[in-house]
Design a protein around this ligand. Structure first.
Ligand code: EIS
Length: 214
């Protein structure tokens, strides 16, 4: 189970501010390294490639803003505050604020892994993870998706790996005991959830969350 634990979000400081640079480095690593393993061991590239390029585009957009002035944009909240001031009525549907809002795949991963940990399963098909993937989708992305994207999701669901194969993928192809793997997932989720929660709490507080469908 090297994969998830080799890489962790940092713990948050007391003020719960998320620092931009380590956040971006971690997100890029997650997409490049972790997603590569997932793709190699379970989800095929046809499904994964468009997701990956969308996620990378979001990260690149936030990074481009950060790189213009790393001191001014030290935390994600500073980015939102500066853009709010800068874009006026266009904000929040603009710039890095929008790109970060769309990084909902982080929330998706969080809900999905938590659901696996909580032991939620289809009792008739305990080796399927459709229940967990569907829960993650409904709580994170569905409200932003038009009818046709929702249909795409339904189709993609059939390509979801078996639970045992997914856990094996998380362990870089090694056979490990399910409990051992889930214990690692649990540890991984501690910092991950704290960071992801902090980001979307900030969106709520700043009224930066927008509801529209693509
Ligand atoms: C946004 O994309 C852009 O990201 C944003 C801006 O341009 C905005 C328009 O104002 O649009 O259209 C994109 C949307 N992104 C909107 C769709 C991309 C393809 C996604 C295909 C969706 C099928 C659902 C797949 C469900 C997965 C099934 C998995 C089975 C196991 C490590 C694994 C993680 C997997 C997580 C899956 C997350 C999907 C993320 C999709 C995000 C999305 O809906 S901006 O760009 O602001 O930067 O300019």
């Amino acid at each position: 189970m090297a994969l998830l634990l080799e890489h962790q979000f940092r713990p948050l400081p007391a003020d719960r501010q998320v620092e931009t640079r380590p956040f971006l480095e971690y997100a890029i690593m997650l997409v490049e390294v972790v997603s590569f393993d997932i793709m190699q061991y379970c989800l095929g590239p046809t499904i994964f490639a468009p997701i990956k390029s969308d996620i990378l585009a979001n990260i690149t957009k936030v990074k481009a803003v950060y790189d213009t002035n790393p001191g001014r944009f030290r935390t994600l909240q500073q980015i939102l505050e500066v853009e709010k001031e800068m874009y006026g009525t266009q904000w929040p549907k603009v710039g890095a604020t929008l790109a970060l809002m769309w990084l909902k795949s982080l929330r998706f991963i969080q809900v999905f892994l938590q659901s696996l940990l909580d032991g939620e399963k289809d009792e008739n098909n305990p080796n399927l993870i459709r229940v967990n993937v569907t829960k993650a989708y409904e709580l994170t992305l569905k409200r932003y998706h038009s009818w046709w994207l929702q249909q795409l999701f339904r189709a993609a669901l059939f390509a979801a790996p078996y639970r045992s194969d997914f856990l094996k993928a998380l362990s870089k192809g090694r056979e490990v005991k399910e409990e051992e793997c889930l214990e690692k997932v649990k540890k991984f989720l501690i910092n991950f959830s704290v960071t992801v929660d902090a980001i979307y709490e900030m969106y709520n507080k700043m009224n930066a969350e927008i509801d529209y469908r693509v």
